[in-house]
Ligand binder design. Structure first.
Ligand SMILES: [Zn+2]
Length: 483
């Protein structure tokens, strides 16, 4: 057996979980810390999150919301007012019980989510129908106690945004829930090149305290699903519990309808698992911290050639400035092959290689990360062509994700067919489904570790028999294993 190169990452086909952790750590996205369950996000990973966050933040503002900031700590008495909510979150809440050397009279929860504190404050601020709608969002870190840690996917502390809105009517709240799910889907598809299925969670999978929850489920390259964003219709469940009353248009006291919606750093995990390969990350061009890396190649015993190469590199830098996020790898004493591997591991969408041989013909070589496609392009125009080349890389990645979704998808109409579909490994099974709890339990019992991910909003069963009970079904259930 040969010694394992410490720089080498585990092959994806060999061990997907180890491959994932290797990629996250070696590409310097994130790492474990001395704090059990908590990760550190390193600059490259944070830059990736910032680009993702900024794209979503623009959508949040475009749809009329404003950002604000609530406290990290929530008094116990506020947290426990909505019974279902507290029951759902109780096992995951971390508590502060001491301040300095003094025991606190009332323990303070570290926010697992902020509905409770937000409702408490808005009970003071919402007085009249003129105060509605309230459309706010918070970018924050939250804590949910986890026994097992997976970088970006499952950590005790994570980063996210949580949107919270209050409305006069249930219909307006329902539109809000849909609008924000559409934004999440736009981010997932148009920015992160993921293939997704939008739909509604079953009652057993919805948010604790919600009337209903919408989700997008994104396909990972091992065939598992990752819940990539959720949007909840909270009806009046919280506003009643927290006594948020306002005077409506008929001068009567009424409780507003509420929504909340969140998307977290899990999305970075989705990008890694959907697109990455044995060489490492493959980043979607729109959010890649470095979109183009330029690698100059010259020999130390060829000063003329070295000067030519440097001039060409500077020309590309100049022309691409402000168009793309470009970095030149001028590190000395490192072989070109090592540099290529370094940036491949980090998923940089395009590599421009500038060497004397190509330059003699006025050309440079461009290599596309997603499929290794090589192109020789004229030095004269390459700088200006980079945005178009990134756009092409974006579409190749998107198409590959859609193909992956199509390849994993199966149509099944009975439990037996469901079992058969999963016999060869994880798939995304679509089946007519009546949405009753008993039938959902039967689905879970039929195949190890599967669940109904959502009831697809893009399809309808049109009365076809439920795969379990045979009763006419309205919905198509997406059944898969999930992270
Ligand atoms: Zn059924």
């Amino acid at each position: 057996m040969t010694e394992r190169d410490p720089k080498q990452i585990t092959r994806k086909s060999e061990d997907f979980d180890r491959w994932y952790t290797d990629v996250v750590r070696r590409a310097e996205l994130a790492d474990y810390t001395p704090v059990a369950g908590c990760m550190v996000v390193r600059p490259y990973g944070w830059a990736l999150w910032e680009n993702t966050r900024d794209a979503l933040d623009a959508m949040i503002k475009r749809t009329g919301h404003e950002n604000m900031q609530f406290p990290l700590l929530i008094p116990e008495s506020l947290l426990v007012k909505e019974a279902q909510h507290v029951e759902g979150f109780a096992p995951e809440v971390a508590w502060v019980t001491r301040g300095g050397s003094k025991e606190l009279e009332e323990p303070l929860a570290i926010r697992p989510t902020s509905e409770t504190i937000i409702c408490t404050l808005y009970a003071k601020w919402i007085q009249s129908w003129r105060d509605l709608p309230v459309l706010i969002n918070q970018w924050a870190n939250v804590v949910r106690w986890e026994k097992r840690t997976r970088l970006f996917l499952r950590t005790t502390e994570f980063w996210w945004q949580e949107g919270h809105t209050f409305h006069e009517t249930t219909e307006e709240a329902a539109r809000e829930v849909q609008t924000m799910l559409d934004c999440y889907n736009e981010l997932a598809v148009d920015w992160l090149c993921l293939a997704t299925v939008p739909g509604r969670k079953t009652d057993s999978e919805k948010f604790a305290g919600a009337d209903y929850t919408l989700s997008i489920e994104a396909v990972m390259s091992d065939g598992l699903a990752l819940q990539a964003g959720t949007s909840h219709h909270l009806a009046q469940n919280f506003t009643r519990a927290y006594d948020i009353k306002y005077t409506d248009r008929n001068n009567e006291l009424e409780y507003p309808y509420q929504t909340s919606w969140g998307l977290s750093t899990r999305m970075i995990g989705a990008v890694i698992m959907a697109h990455g390969d044995d060489q490492g990350l493959v980043l979607p061009p729109k959010v890649a911290p470095v979109q183009v890396v330029v690698v100059p190649i010259s020999r130390s015993n060829d000063p003329d050639g070295t000067r030519q190469v440097e001039e060409a590199v500077e020309k590309i830098e100049r022309e691409a400035a402000g168009l793309v996020r470009l970095r030149v790898d001028r590190r000395e004493g490192i072989r070109p092959g090592e540099k290529y591997a370094h940036w491949e591991l980090r998923g940089v969408p395009l590599r421009v290689v500038v060497g004397t041989k190509d330059l003699a013909e006025g050309m440079v070589t461009v290599v596309r990360r997603v499929d290794g496609e090589q192109m020789r392009l004229p030095l004269d125009t390459v700088g200006l062509q980079l945005p178009r080349l990134l756009d092409e890389a974006h579409h190749v990645l998107r198409a590959r994700a859609e193909k992956m979704l199509a390849d994993f998808s199966r149509e099944v109409s009975t439990l037996d067919e469901l079992k058969q579909a999963f016999a060869g490994g994880p798939v995304w099974a679509n089946a007519p489904f009546c949405a009753r709890r008993e039938c959902e339990d039967a689905v879970k019992a039929a195949v190890h570790a599967v669940s109904v991910r959502n009831l697809r909003s893009d399809r309808s069963a049109g009365g076809a028999p439920c795969l379990v009970c045979g009763q006419p079904a309205d919905d198509i259930a997406l059944i898969a294993r999930a992270y």
